[in-house]
Design a protein around this ligand. Structure first.
Ligand SMILES: [Zn+2]
Length: 105
């Protein structure tokens, strides 16, 4: 039994070795895959960063284009809301009917 153990072990080792070599065959490529993934992620981050700056610019432009008078602060709670959604009363703007009822602070 003491002899069978190593034999089985060796056999298993050889079997797993074969299996590993089967798996290990693409192992040198794992480095390439990781390198490719790193490059892909780097490219993705770079493109996303470029897109974000572009988007940020458009967002800034949109923000600049949005006239300030289109946003009104609720006279009660100060929340900003579009002029079209604001409720007006006595020259004050409110976010809701309730705040209009409660009046300016
Ligand atoms: Zn309010």
């Amino acid at each position: 039994m003491a002899f069978a153990g190593p034999v089985i072990g060796r056999y298993n080792a050889r079997a797993t070795g074969n299996l590993l070599s089967h798996y290990a065959a693409p192992e040198p490529n794992v480095g390439k895959i990781i390198l490719f993934l790193v490059l892909a992620v780097a490219a993705y981050l770079f493109i996303r960063g470029a897109m974000r700056t572009k988007r940020g610019d458009t967002r800034a432009d949109r923000h600049a284009e949005t006239p300030a008078e289109n946003m009104k602060a609720c006279a009660r709670c100060g929340v900003n809301l579009p002029r079209s959604e604001a409720l007006e009363a006595d020259g004050n703007y409110f976010c809701s009917e309730e705040h209009r009822r409660l009046g300016a602070k």
